[in-house]
Design a protein around this ligand. Structure first.
Ligand code: SAH
Length: 216
């Protein structure tokens, strides 16, 4: 794939930023990151036109690249700070991982589909991003050998909050996870102390399912 970011693409991104603002995204750092990262690089060439609409889009292995609004919203409520250790479950296209890296995070991202893991692990380094590490793993288990994490973000709809993941949060850390079967409620979970977690429900979303085990 050739990586060409034209004035037209940049103009479309500016329009997308305005659309996100209208929908209530106020976090300037998040908006800047979305402006900085060409989303059309993450879609097939044939679908370039769709890249800057505020819509989810099919990628390989029957998965989707999340809607820009969802990426912006989750990145905002995750309260990412510079040099934080962030675990992402569900690498997919790698777009959300790129946004987290642009926000200054050190990103550990896990994908269960081999095909998607391979694509993202090969593609993102071409854009730079030495601060992102890729793993072909089952996200239910997290990455115990790199825990604890300052932040955890799950980008697939989970039937419930996986305990193993929650336990990999640092005390004071935040996890954002959409929970539910058909549609999901976005939960922001703060680890208050070793055994105390505070849950805050924040809006309804629709994600592809969080699945057990590895694929491919
Ligand atoms: N963050 C992605 C969105 C991907 S959609 C992006 O920016 O494009 C959700 C992804 O979660 C899918 O790729 C799916 O394969 C993956 N997934 C689902 N269950 C998983 C699990 N148990 N472990 C790791 N990844 C999982």
């Amino acid at each position: 794939m050739d990586l060409i970011d034209t004035y037209r693409h940049q103009g479309l991104r500016r329009q997308l930023i305005e659309a996100l603002r209208k929908r209530g995204i106020q976090n300037e750092k998040v908006l800047e990151a979305i402006y900085a990262l060409p989303r059309h690089y993450f879609l097939d060439r044939a679908f370039e036109e769709w890249a800057y609409q505020d819509k989810a889009f099919p990628i390989a292995a029957e998965q989707t690249i999340s809607q820009p609004y969802t990426v912006a919203y989750m990145s905002d409520i995750l309260e990412v700070g510079k040099r934080m250790k962030v675990l992402e479950v569900g690498t997919g296209s790698g777009y959300q991982a790129g946004i987290l890296a642009l926000l200054g995070a050190r990103v550990f991202t896990i994908e269960r589909q081999k095909e998607l893991y391979d694509q993202a692990a090969q593609f993102l380094p071409k854009l730079g991003f030495p601060q992102i590490r890729f793993f072909h793993r089952d996200g239910y288990k997290g990455l115990p050998e790199f825990a604890p994490f300052d932040r955890i973000i799950v980008t697939a709809g989970a039937p419930s909050v996986p305990t193993a993941l929650r336990d990999q949060l640092v005390v004071g850390g935040i996890m954002v996870i959409p929970v539910g079967e058909e549609s999901q409620v976005m939960l922001r979970i703060r680890r208050i102390s070793e055994h105390l977690f505070e849950e805050e429900p924040l809006g309804d979303f629709r994600f592809v399912p969080f699945l057990d085990g590895l694929e491919g």
